[in-house]
Design a binder for this molecule. Structure first.
Ligand code: FNR
Length: 362
């Protein structure tokens, strides 16, 4: 096997290994996929303004997220159906995140159960909540996450319905027999039309599109866990989220899988951070493929980042070891970016270390 030197190498290898149906499901975005591309391109327009002659012989990358100390400001985003990549599924990803000393966010659309992941070993975990029409069921999911020791609920707010992922339509995406949506086990699925839609489509139809800010209040009433809202892009919504009393904001455009022609998350970050005024941490996901991307996000005010697809591709290629390696490569790259910028800790990374002026790029 070719020597893997960066995160994108895993995507190439995963493309060779996975079926077209699964690779496209993981890799692609909604409609024209403009947002998917922007998430990457926007990072490449941000350049470094490093400081020199600073002692960088010791670099500390510890981050604090909601009061928890983690080894680096890079966390695992919730992504659906890890068993399509590897038979150990989310359990392998969770173990890799724990080994890296960081947080894994389990998706409501996971192929291992909440409890399977929590009993896979020690580790800090968040639970991503999709709010379904059946609120008793939602309450049960939250209760299960609490009981299993998850530390926060990241409620997804950019998906009142699923975006048009045309590749999935063309490929007639469906779940193989041996992969299920484990959060839904035990639920009465008797109304489901098994022939036409299948489980994934049935679950998608159960998303509550009436979800609104008052439901964030409701969530706060049913759980003692901190609530993060995942999918905020604008300063206006950041303000509303803070008024609701959320514990933090995850800026996300769902990796370009929901509404297309959204700007990249990184290009909206400063506005949201300005609005937040330090009242809550602002995290970001979307297009992070390099340690330099992490540095840029921190320089523009993020308290940490989440990675989605890189975990899936590494899992597909080499299971838990692959995910460990992806996290290690990003960590090493961030450390190098810090050293070469003259920063010895995360708090030393400032706005002055990057330039967002496109005209500096030839
Ligand atoms: C996702 N994402 C996602 N988000 C969420 O809140 N619940 C989910 O179940 C999923 N599922 C999911 C599946 C797949 C295959 C992908 C690629 C993404 C979005 C995810 O949390 C995150 O926002 C993006 O993946 C971040 O972008 P990158 O890192 O993939 O570029």
């Amino acid at each position: 096997m070719a020597l893997i030197t960066n995160v994108s190498d895993y995507e190439e290898l995963a493309k060779q290994k996975l079926s077209k149906m699964v690779y496209d499901f993981y890799a692609l975005g909604a409609e024209d996929q403009r947002t998917l591309k922007e998430n990457r391109e926007a990072f490449s327009r941000i350049l470094f303004l490093p400081r020199v002659l600073i002692d960088v012989s010791h670099i500390n990358m510890f981050a604090n997220v909601l009061g928890y100390n983690i080894s680096m400001p890079i966390m695992v985003a919730p992504t659906a159906l890890h068993k399509l990549a590897h038979p150990e599924g989310e359990v392998a990803s969770a173990r890799a995140a724990a080994a890296a000393g960081t947080i894994m966010t389990l998706s409501s659309w996971s192929s291992c159960s909440i409890e399977e992941v929590s009993s896979s070993g020690p580790g800090l975990r968040f639970f991503q909540l999709s709010v379904f029409k059946d609120r008793n069921f939602v309450q049960q999911l939250v209760r299960r996450a609490e009981n299993a020791g998850y530390k926060a609920i990241a409620v997804t707010v950019d998906a009142p319905r699923l975006g048009h992922r045309e590749a999935d339509v063309r490929n007639r995406f469906s779940l193989p027999e041996n992969v299920g949506l484990k959060c839904f086990e035990g639920l009465d699925l008797s109304n489901m039309d098994k022939n036409v839609s299948g489980l994934a489509a049935y679950v998608a139809s159960q998303i509550d599109s009436s979800l609104s800010w008052k439901d964030i209040k409701w969530l706060q009433m049913i759980t003692r866990l901190p609530i993060l809202v995942k999918g905020v892009i604008t300063a206006e919504d950041a303000q509303l989220a803070i008024e609701c009393g959320v514990a933090g904001i995850i800026m996300s455009n769902h990796g370009g899988r929901q509404l297309d022609y959204l700007p990249s998350t990184i290009s909206c970050l400063e506005e949201v951070v300005r609005e937040a005024k330090g009242r809550v941490p602002v995290f970001l996901d979307g297009g992070i493929r390099r340690g330099t991307d992490v540095f840029k996000a921190l320089a523009l005010g993020a308290s940490g980042v989440f990675i989605g697809r890189p975990v899936l591709f590494a899992l597909a290629v080499d299971g838990e070891a692959g995910v460990r390696k992806v996290l290690q490569m990003l960590r090493d790259e961030l450390e190098t970016a810090m050293a070469l910028s003259g920063c010895t800790s995360l708090k030393e990374i400032t706005r002055g270390h990057v330039s967002t002026e496109g005209d500096r790029i030839a």
